[in-house]
Design a protein around this ligand. Structure first.
Ligand SMILES: Cc1cc2nc3c(=O)[nH]c(=O)nc-3n(C[C@H](O)[C@H](O)[C@H](O)COP(=O)(O)OP(=O)(O)OC[C@H]3O[C@@H](n4cnc5c(N)ncnc54)[C@H](O)[C@@H]3O)c2cc1C
Length: 420
């Protein structure tokens, strides 16, 4: 009999990716009638904390259309290959076979029909148990070492030996959930590098204290947020809802652009964000409308399009009096007004950090991982999956889809590498 701490496949981290790896490895071992000992270790007090808070407690499991273009980080070619190995249809089937029906909302996001993240976590935990994958928690792994036949894990509750190792420790987002970046040190100890920058993604942004938008807390609006280089080149934009808060801006448009903004700022201190408050209008046609307002005031006109407090912020930014009649609006004032409406500069001072981020940008470079198996090309017997990799997706279920796909591939292939 093997010692209790001698394991065939050890998975460090039992979040979305680690649980999926455990389930896939366990099922594959059962399918091939090979009684492998599989265990997932998690140091967190509460298992699956991130799954439970995801999607506002409803868990946005995936998106009906997932392609590599919705991700940033490492090579999109590698991301595509991994996503194709376990696609959205397979995710939907995977959950359906566990008795969890998913529904697609208008936005294309998929949620459990129960609207409860608990349904997802419970199904995953049951599937892991059914697949005879042990879940050991709270049991934190503090260090890993390569040995002759595999790996030695130094855990809180003693040493563990394993033949194959899957690192699924996540990144640094929401550290209180247990993902504090410890996985990077373990990967490094096994010969990997970490991207030069690891930073918060899908994170709200802080505006200068004096910025008038900070006084609009609670306003939510369909907006286009655009990133421009210091020379004015348009780099990226997202059109979606934007939420004004007491510290600055949040909402999907801002969260989605945050990682591109931060990345651009590393290279270009003058890169900046601009808000267009009328994303469905053309500037030129609004210009024409303004010129045909006649005696009607621009204030009355704008208040039909924007919430009153935001309209006031636009007038203040443009330095234009809202009582001005259309026919009295001079050329310069009209340009300033259109600028404030279509490209209001957003004086961002920082992001809200990992505590408020949904995901991590950066991680283990994809060129150190084989897409076909999520196996390390630096260390034999090691696989990596989930957010620890240099992949971050948009809001909408893309990050979980990466976790499911990469976790599945890693799980299957560890078994494959053991029994051939
Ligand atoms: C508030 C919030 C909402 C989100 N909502 C969504 C959503 O609706 N849809 C979506 O697609 N994505 C969402 N995400 C992102 C998504 O949750 C993550 O991308 C995904 O959970 C990553 O899975 P993972 O398993 O790679 O990492 P994690 O979920 O971070 O799991 C890593 C696990 O490893 C454990 N661990 C770390 N180090 C050790 C160690 N040394 N020893 C033992 N255990 C360790 C941690 O305790 C943790 O449980 C959200 C994220 C947040 C923070």
């Amino acid at each position: 009999m093997p010692e209790p701490n001698e394991i065939d496949i050890a998975i460090v981290g039992a979040g979305a990716a680690g649980l999926m790896a455990a389930i896939s490895a366990g099922r594959e071992a059962q399918r091939r009638k090979s009684p492998l000992r599989i265990a997932a270790f998690d140091g967190a007090r509460r298992i699956g904390a991130k799954i439970l808070v995801a999607g506002g407690g409803r868990c946005n499991v995936t998106h009906h259309q997932v392609g590599e273009e919705s991700y940033a980080g490492g090579s999109s070619n590698t991301i595509r290959k991994v996503l194709r190995r376990f696609d959205v249809e397979q995710t939907v089937d995977f959950f359906r076979n566990m008795g969890v029906k998913l529904k697609r909302e208008e936005t294309g996001k998929l949620f459990p029909v129960t609207d409860s993240a608990r349904t997802i976590l419970d199904a995953l935990l049951k599937a892991a148990a059914d697949a005879k994958a042990e879940l050991r928690h709270p049991e934190r792994i503090n260090a890993v070492r390569r040995t002759d036949g595999g790996f030695l894990l130094e855990g809180d509750l003693g040493d563990v030996r394993c033949r194959r190792l899957i690192l699924a420790c996540g990144g640094k987002a929401l550290p209180k959930s247990g993902s504090d970046g410890a996985g990077y040190a373990m990967a490094k100890a096994l010969g990997h590098s970490v991207t030069p920058r690891v930073f918060p993604a899908l994170v709200p942004l802080v505006l200068e204290k004096s910025c008038i938008l900070r006084s609009l807390s609670g306003i939510t609006l369909h907006t286009r947020i655009e990133l421009r280089s210091g020379t004015g080149r348009r780099l990226k934009s997202f059109t979606n809802s934007t939420l004004c808060t007491h510290f600055g801006l949040s909402g999907p448009s801002v969260m989605d652009i945050s990682r591109y903004f931060t990345a651009a700022r590393f290279e270009d201190a003058e890169a900046g964000l601009f808000a267009c408050w009328l994303p469905d209008e053309e500037r030129s046609s609004v210009d024409v409308q303004l010129q045909s307002l006649g005696k009607r005031s621009i204030g009355r006109w704008l208040r039909e399009l924007l919430p009153e407090r935001l309209a006031e912020a636009v007038f203040e930014t443009a330095d234009v009096d809202s009582s001005t009649a259309g026919h009295q609006l001079g050329r310069d004032a009209r340009r300033r007004f259109l600028d404030a409406l279509f490209e209001m500069p957003l004086p961002v001072t920082s992001d809200r950090g990992f505590t408020h981020a949904e995901v991590t940008a950066g991680g283990i470079p994809l060129n150190e991982i084989k897409a076909s198996s999520m196996a390390s090309s630096r260390c034999e017997g090691l696989h990596l999956c989930g957010e620890i990799c240099d992949v971050d997706g948009r809001i909408g279920g893309y990050n979980f889809q990466w976790a499911w796909a990469s976790g599945h591939v890693a799980g299957i292939h560890t078994v494959d590498s053991l029994i051939g």
